[in-house]
Design a protein around this ligand. Sequence first.
Ligand code: ADP
Length: 251
Amino acid sequence: MSSIILEARDIRYRYPRGMEAICGISFHIRKKEKIALVGPNGAGKSTLLTMFNGMIRPDSGILLFDNSPVQYDTASLRMLRKRVGFVLQNPDRQIIAPTVYQDVAFGPVNLGYSPVEIKEAVTRALRQVGLEGFERRTPHQLSGGEKKRVAIAGVLAMNPDVLVFDEPTSGLDPSGSEDIMELLDELNHDGKTIIISTHDVELAYPWADRAILMTDGKILHEDIPEVAFGNLHSVRMAHLSLPTLLELHME
Ligand code: ADP
């Protein structure tokens, strides 16, 4: 079994003037796993994901990346964000440059890569997401699925070990969603650890190596999808429905 890349030990977080959003969560994620955080709106999935690259710091508890506690000084966060890439739910909030090339180059430029390295990184990332030839295109004129791929390429250009996706198929039609989930599988085959949040049990069940069911800032159940979703009490507590495939299997 491969080694642990991310670990949380009893982490808690309360938004300023808000409720406690993460209420004592512990878990570990192994290298090259495909993990789905599944729960209803407000369960705390996005909050937890934003802790993985240091955007939010737990009030208490420890988060470890590659067996070392996450440090929150600028240099450590810079290093963490190179290794843990975060793809936002809405690509319009992630894409900032006027051309696809410039957008995907943003990370490598900031990391101080040489012009040759920047070009290599952008070309590789665009190839990985199937957008070769899109370099000069204007991101905001692309389809929803293409924009999502640009956002993913921007993260891939820094060659992270872990990719975190907040609701990766949000706003996409069924075929666009399927394409993105296939891309996530390809990236996983290339050796990336992939963590997604979703409220869609049909999407999580066949895809994940492990599902983490969440509600009210807590983990209800964490296991291979057959077992996690097979626990009807947890599924009900998380206000989820049973995945159709599992329902058929049970019948
Ligand atoms: P999910 O991603 O599962 O929908 P979130 O992590 O977005 O859940 O939200 C968890 C809880 O934290 C919710 O109660 C939500 O209202 C609250 N919350 C989220 N963002 C903020 C914020 N910026 N300020 C205050 N409360 C927030």
